[in-house]
Design a protein around this ligand. Structure first.
Ligand SMILES: O=P([O-])([O-])O[C@@H]1[C@@H](O)[C@H](O)[C@@H](O)[C@H](O)[C@@H]1O
Ligand SMILES: [Mg+2]
Length: 283
């Protein structure tokens, strides 16, 4: 099978590893914490610096203007968040920023790549675990170059489900989030977990450590890379209402099978979120 984006894929792995080393180094020094949408939506100088390193390296390697970029911290500063047909890098430089600030050991660099709005490959580097997850469309999923596969568990009562509570602390949303988690927990499932980073959660689905991850409130940069990795590991992605996965919708279910996915979807109490491509952009 032809491999038109081989060079981009291989370079993305290199850049993710370099970015991970920067995060580990920064974690040993003073971490200056700032906030974005609310007091618990944290960002640090490391997030911003690492995103600049990633995008700068990609522009240097592939030229200015040939590719588009959607980066978490660039969007936070008002850059557009619109997926066009052009080759587009979808980047979360530090996924698990709150974990990074607290020294909780799950922090990932997430680099997805889409062409004609189709995800071509994804790279997630869990840099404190030194686990490099990667996948190209049609070519399987790997962790540290070993093939990975989703779990074969089909009985929800023998599953672990991952979800996150996100940064929105409004009572009506928190109530729905925890009511959903309570209903799933009391199916009962073996357990509920959350690593604090969507990208890592998706890789845990892909390697069969858990059966599913769902969340309402994530962003395209959190899940673009993980989406390819889950699919190439034999899993699937759906909207939380059971419809087709929509990268820009800020909600999704990733699971090892449709059986598990459908059982979870029955319990999810959906609340509205503003789409990534409807975010207010810089004038
Ligand atoms: O902000 P960040 O650490 O890059 O990304 C995080 C996501 O990976 C996680 O799923 C979500 O629950 C957090 O609220 C946060 O958005
Ligand atoms: Mg993130």
């Amino acid at each position: 099978m032809e491999d038109p984006w081989k060079r981009e894929f291989e370079f993305a792995v290199e850049v993710a590893r370099k970015a991970g080393a920067e995060i580990r180094k920064a974690g040993e020094s003073e971490i200056r914490v700032m906030t974005k949408s609310c007091t618990v939506d944290l960002v640090t100088k490391t997030d911003e610096r690492v995103e600049k390193i990633i995008i700068g390296s990609l522009k240097e390697e592939f030229g200015e203007g040939t590719h588009c970029f959607i980066g978490e911290e660039s969007v936070a500063k008002g850059e557009a968040c619109v997926l066009t047909d052009k080759p587009t890098w979808i980047i979360d430089p530090v996924d698990g920023t709150t974990n990074f600030v607290h020294g909780f050991p799950f922090v990932a660099v997430s680099i997805g790549f889409a062409v004609n709005k189709e995800l071509e490959f994804g790279v997630v580097y869990s840099c404190l675990e030194d686990k490099m997850y990667k996948a190209q469309k049609g070519k399987g999923a790997f962790c540290n170059d070993e093939p990975i596969q989703v779990s074969d568990v089909q009985d929800i009562k023998k599953s672990i489900i991952i979800s996150e509570h996100g940064v929105d602390r409004s009572p009506e949303k928190v109530t729905k989030i925890f009511s959903t988690m309570q209903k799933i927990l009391c199916i009962p499932v073996h357990g509920l977990r959350g690593s604090g980073t969507a990208a890592t959660n998706m890789c845990l689905v892909a390697c069969g450590a858990v059966e599913a991850f769902f969340e309402i409130g994530i962003h395209c940069w959190d899940i673009a890379a993980g989406a390819v990795i889950v699919k190439e590991a034999g899993g699937l992605l759906l909207d939380v209402n059971g419809g087709p996965f929509d990268l820009m919708s800020r909600r999704m279910v990733s699971a090892n099978s449709d059986t598990i996915a459908q059982r979870i979807i029955k319990e999810i109490e959906i609340f509205p979120v503003v789409r990534d491509d409807a975010l207010v952009q810089k004038k």
